[in-house]
Ligand binder design. Structure first.
Ligand code: FMN
Length: 202
């Protein structure tokens, strides 16, 4: 049974992002996967990489208890999926802090003679994001390509993951119709089935 870790960052429990994460988790469970969730706001995760975690500015990490627990879950996972809304075309600070602290040097990557070597190889990663703007507008002026390069390729590539895919749900906002929301949640279920399911759709 494949083990999945879902890491989600949204402060509002009934936000679209959270319902999307719940749909993703539900579909994984339905297909027989083992799922663990890091719901960062509800966990009260501390996203601030503190001075205590860096010695003499040399980027040598002391691992705090919360980080050690999170890292155990990353190590146990076959697939890690991060779910977040695009805020200023990036991840919320909460998610960025999780990456900063949990994907630490010596755990997620090592630097040898100036080269970065990922330490989490053998695992797969996926990204699920939400934006207010239409995807076409983001692609047109290069914002989307910048995001893919920095958030997908750089972070997960540096850590050694095989990148499975990035599902993006666009034009999310208060004016969204219930039918558009339902169609978006169907896309989430399809993404899960396409990449991870061994059980056929109901
Ligand atoms: C602080 C903040 C910054 C945002 N920045 C962007 C942005 O740069 N581009 C974009 O398309 N949407 C942006 N949005 C909209 C969100 O990506 C998202 O579509 C919206 O919050 C609705 O999803 P939710 O119900 O899960 O919050 C931003 C929202 C917030 C709160």
């Amino acid at each position: 049974m494949k083990k999945h870790l879902i890491v989600v960052a949204h402060p509002v429990e009934d936000s679209f992002t959270m319902s999307l994460a719940r749909t993703y988790v539900g579909e994984l469970i339905r297909t027989g996967c083992d799922v663990r969730v890091h719901d960062l706001y509800r966990m009260g995760f501390d996203p601030v990489l503190s001075a205590r975690e860096l010695i003499d500015g040399k980027d040598v990490h002391i691992r705090m208890a919360d980080v050690l627990i999170a890292q155990e879950d990353v190590l146990a996972a076959d697939v890690v999926t991060v779910v977040y809304p695009l805020w200023w075309m990036s991840m919320p600070a909460m998610m960025k802090g999780y990456i900063d602290r949990v994907f630490s040097r010596g755990f997620a990557y090592e630097v040898e003679q100036g080269n970065v070597r990922g330490l989490l190889s053998g695992r797969r990663a996926a990204v699920v994001t939400v934006s207010g703007a239409p995807l076409a507008a983001l692609v047109e002026d290069g914002r989307w390509q910048a995001l893919e390069l920095l958030q997908d390729t750089h972070i997960f590539g540096a850590a050694g993951f095989e990148f499975v895919g990035h599902l993006h749900i666009d034009e999310v906002g208060p004016a969204m119709s219930p039918s558009a929301a339902a169609a978006d949640l169907s896309r989430v279920r399809e993404f899960v089935r396409e990449h991870f399911a061994s059980v056929p759709a109901a």
